[in-house]
Design a protein around this ligand. Structure first.
Ligand code: WQD
Length: 342
């Protein structure tokens, strides 16, 4: 009997890539997504890649009755991967209560049902945003968290605390939080990828849309940072590598290899690249022009961050494998596929 995994937010960017990797490893997947920031056609693309169509239920997990009814209906589940959340940093400043309600209530509804239906394992999407601008680089898991810069970031920190307290109190129910650095790129099939609604906030979708002619020029936010070329530095992780980290985390919990009821890991490459390096590498690898202009810093941005991945490498036995070049090539292949560019 194959193991059943509930993937919330499974039609989203990271969720859809994780569904494919789970299916490749023989898991049966049920997706719950309210489609507020993703598209139902993603199910067709997943099926094209893996040959399997995941089960799908459309609702928002912050709705208690619907969540309870879902767990009554499916009853037995082996594990949960919880991606479903609002994730726009700027919007969260405008609408804090929406962010707290959606992101925190959905997690609590899931944990309550884990307990009621005895689902032993949960893997959660956290973020390197919990570190703020760290005093020392690279950041390890023992680097202290800093107060969040945004309600969005705070929902990640509070969610981590909720899982820690819950798993310590609930015998046999264990959680792993994965602190993602900056996920980029797309599946090598170019059938799934990041599909932002409206003007992209994130760097790589803005680059690919500029290369595709949808945007006039990229604005590079600041060149007066204390970095070798003056532009900000991040740890960009390939989305398929990131998806695989979830499969490893799920297996760790299912095989009871975890060392504590609640664990958390950095999921990055361990390498920092500047915005300028990223833009130049994208142009070189893909042979396309991306017009750009240097502008002022973006409010709230940190200067530099990259991960120490020793714990994920040694404890999880997971390591990022893809190069920045192949990741940026996959991002462009996906954009071209979406826009019908030859
Ligand atoms: C990367 C770098 C920008 C756009 C955010 C959230 C984080 C997370 C991922 C979400 C920065 C620069 C960007 C542009 C630019 N979580 N940039 N021009 O800010 O590191 O992380 O998204 O779901 O929590 O904070 O990612 O891709 O927005 O920016 O120069 O048009 O690119 O200033 O240095 P960020 P990003």
């Amino acid at each position: 009997m194959s193991k059943k995994v509930l993937v919330t937010g499974g039609t989203g960017y990271i969720g859809s890539h994780t569904v494919v990797e789970l299916q490749n490893e023989g898991f049966e997947v049920i997706i719950v997504d309210d489609l507020s920031n993703s598209n139902i056609e993603v199910l067709d693309a997943i099926e094209k890649i893996s040959g399997q169509r995941p089960q799908f239920e459309k609702f928002n997990l912050a709705e208690r009755e619907k969540t309870d009814a879902f767990f009554e209906k499916y009853n037995h589940m082996d594990a949960i991967i919880h991606f479903a959340a609002f994730k726009a940093v700027g919007e969260s400043v405008e609408k804090p209560l929406e962010y707290y309600r959606n992101n925190l209530v959905s997690l609590m509804n899931l944990l309550e049902n884990m307990k009621r239906h005895n689902v032993p394992s949960l893997v959660f999407s956290s973020s390197c945003t919990v570190y703020g601008q760290p005093d020392q680089l690279p950041v390890t898991e023992s680097t202290p968290r800093k107060p969040a810069e945004s309600p969005y970031g705070n929902t990640k920190a509070v969610s981590e605390d909720i899982m820690r307290d819950f798993s310590h109190a609930a015998e046999g129910l264990n959680c792993i939080a994965l602190r993602y650095f900056n996920p980029i790129g797309a599946h090598p099939s170019a059938l799934i990828g990041e599909f932002p609604v409206g003007v992209p906030n994130n760097l790589v979708p803005f680059i690919t849309q500029t290369a595709a002619g949808l945007r006039d020029e990229l604005k590079i936010f600041g060149e007066d940072y204390d970095t070798p070329d003056g532009t900000a530095i991040r740890d960009y992780i390939n989305v398929v590598d990131l998806a695989k980290a979830h499969v490893v985390a799920i297996n760790r919990l299912m095989e009871k290899k975890n060392k504590a009821a609640y664990e958390f890991f950095n999921v990055g490459t361990g390498n920092g690249y500047s915005v300028m390096q990223l833009v130049k590498t994208f142009m070189e690898v893909n042979g396309v022009e991306v017009k750009y202009q240097i502008t002022d810093r973006r409010a709230g941005d940190i200067e530099k961050i990259w991960a120490d991945t020793t714990l994920a490498n040694e404890e999880l036995g997971w390591k990022a494998e893809k190069t920045l070049e192949e990741t940026l090539a996959s991002a462009w292949a996906w954009e071209k596929n979406v826009r019908n560019i030859k």
